[in-house]
Design a protein around this ligand. Structure first.
Ligand code: URA
Length: 212
């Protein structure tokens, strides 16, 4: 492939991504658009091999327009950096892109209105591995109603992709006794990234710091 056609592909990808983001920012499909401050689309790499999905923006995310930038985000960032994930290795998004008032769980209707945008986002990013954080991400992504405690930490393989359910960081903040389990989930996630040659082996084979 010539350098100029590589550039064309990059330009095309960049412009598809920009028009997708623009569509999100102007979306008025559901009532959450009336109460939001910002539409929260993503943070991380736009061609990242790992997609991390949460539930929906909270107050800080709504204020800043980025997912997981509040207390839960600090814990998530600690886990990611401990396992040496760089900004381009992951793409973080949510089941809904606008904050449900009072941080309530998004309704099935709200998730349904947002679903075409999330599907488009997944098609553009094309991740190989998914981390589903919490019951809402798990339920809306897989359609399964099992509790997150029952399904966490075990791989689901679907359409040649690897899907790992785990706890939501907000749950760990409320019940720190579960922190070790989430740590274990990140360890198997990191192993899978290596096994699939999506990331190099961890420095010294051990995480940099323990998140406790
Ligand atoms: N909780 C979520 O599920 N998503 C965010 O972006 C922040 C907190």
């Amino acid at each position: 492939m010539s350098i100029s056609s590589e550039h064309n592909i990059e330009d095309q990808n960049g412009s598809r991504w920009r028009s997708f983001v623009n569509k999100c920012l102007t979306c008025k499909a559901c009532p959450l658009s009336m109460t939001r401050k910002h539409v929260v689309v993503w943070r991380g790499g736009i061609n990242a091999p790992l997609m991390i999905l949460g539930e929906g923006p909270g107050a800080e995310e709504d204020r800043l327009g980025k997912p997981f930038v509040g207390r839960s985000g600090k814990l998530l960032d600690l886990l990611l950096s401990s396992f040496e994930f760089g900004e381009e290795d992951f793409h973080i998004a949510n089941i809904v892109k606008c904050r449900p008032p009072g941080n309530r769980v998004p309704t099935p209707e709200e998730a349904g209105y947002c679903q075409p945008l999330l599907s488009e986002q997944l098609r553009l990013v094309r991740p190989k591995v998914y981390l589903l954080m919490g019951a809402t991400a798990y339920r809306y992504f897989t359609g399964d109603d099992n509790s997150i405690s029952r399904v966490r930490g075990r791989w689901i393989v679907s359409n040649n992709c690897y899907i790992l359910p785990t706890f939501h960081p907000a749950y760990i903040l409320r019940d720190p006794r579960r922190k070790t389990l989430m740590w274990q989930d990140f360890a198997i996630l990191r192993e899978k990234m290596e096994e699939l040659c999506l990331m190099p082996p961890l420095n010294n084979g051990t995480p940099l710091q323990k998140g406790d």
